[in-house]
Design a protein around this ligand. Sequence first.
Ligand code: AMP
Ligand code: ZN
Length: 492
Amino acid sequence: MPVRLFNTLSGQVDELVPTDGKELRMYACGPTVYDYGHIGNFRTFLQIDVLRRFLNLTGMPMRHVMNITDVDDKIIRNAAAAGVPIGEYTPKYVDAFFEDLDALGVERPEIIARATENIGRMVELIEKLAAVGAAYRTDDGSWYFRLRSFPEYGKLSKKDLSGMEDGARVDVDEYEKDSARDFALWKAAKPGETSWGTSIGRGRPGWHIECSAMSMNYLGDSFDLHAGGEDLMFPHHENEIAQSESVTHKPLAHHWMHVRFLLVDGRKMSKSEGNFYTLRDLLIKGYKASAIRLALISVPYRHQLNFTFDGLVEATAAIDRLRTFHGRLVNSTFPEGENPEIQAAAKTAHETYMAALANDLNTAEARAPIFDLVRLSNTMMDQGKFYKGDRGVVLEVLASFDAVFAVIEDRDTEPTRRAVEWAAKEGRMADVAPELLAQQSLTDERINGLLAERDHAKKRRDFARADQIRKELTEKGIIIEDSKDGVRWKRK
Ligand code: AMP
Ligand code: ZN
């Protein structure tokens, strides 16, 4: 099935093709590990996960590389403030990042490349740039990219850079969005800063060079897809193109995917505005990882996502609906036969779902037919018109849905438990939702023990005690379901 995706470089929706005829080679810019990831970051990683999972579903293998920026201005600043070398500062945030990805059900890329482990490759690339006249050294021992040497600069972001000042330089990684100036490839060592002694001098890499060096190392001079959040389009990706193509004279990537930013309540997320959330902030407030995942992926990646708590509540309800339906489908006994209406609806739902994702990853249009099918199936079940022969086809549709959306199977307990554990370590217990605190004090063993006691109480007709146990568990967020096969429980 052809998968079509908007390509920032061509300015249109293009088919995604593995140019080597085998696997789709993708490079996605990873996190800068100076702090915990926020939900905006995770929107981007989740949308890339949606693409990954969908390509997998269509049978397209991937070679997906993600970098970890473990040296940059912010890391150096924060590590210095904490009084530790960067190598001691970043591991905590690298681990936290992967723990958060796991919580959100984000699959791991095939290759994870760390900047600090690829310094040699960056130095080699800078030497090649110097050899073709695209890099120059300044008196302090830093190296810069000469923008004038690359006339195609601006082709990705479509910026008009005619007013560009020759030789104007910028040496910080974060800078004004509209000015194009010679950017740092290598920053000369400063006292107290981490540095590497290399053939181009002692120093450390600028931010942009790592992605050029690592992407080409793991994927070749020219690969299929490069992805990241929209803020990276300029200057980061533009700079990557300049660094790589000045040396190879080949397109760095054929296809460029940019995920639009997440806003919170219609505003830019910022600490000073008080609307800044990490994943952990939301987990300890009692929102489930699956609901956060669904809320962050349900708006297609090219649309701005306005994050609200109402959106999380909606996602929670939607997941409940899916899980309850899935349970009903698996656990009920249906009469022999098939309902042609269900058979046709399942086929249509599956086709509409796949077509929507294949059309520029339209997750909103993809999810709608699945919920329609759930509604129809529930109605048919209520009327006794859902049959044994319908179960398999509907289950298959749900499986395709979950292969990409990954929210039906309940993996919510562990991320919440870990987040509360983290809050305890970080002195954030005051922010933990009261119902989570109560739940955490109840281990599975304790719950099973109480349920066994309740069972005994019922057998000896001590209904007061049985009700008291149920009430206590319910108050602590444990849902008890009595059925003919015994009692089942789950955490709310
Ligand atoms: P960083 O750790 O800042 O380098 O960012 C990691 C990824 O998150 C990059 O692809 C960014 O473009 C992306 N990103 C940062 N902020 C947001 C946001 N508010 N919405 C969506 N993506 C974002
Ligand atoms: Zn990058």
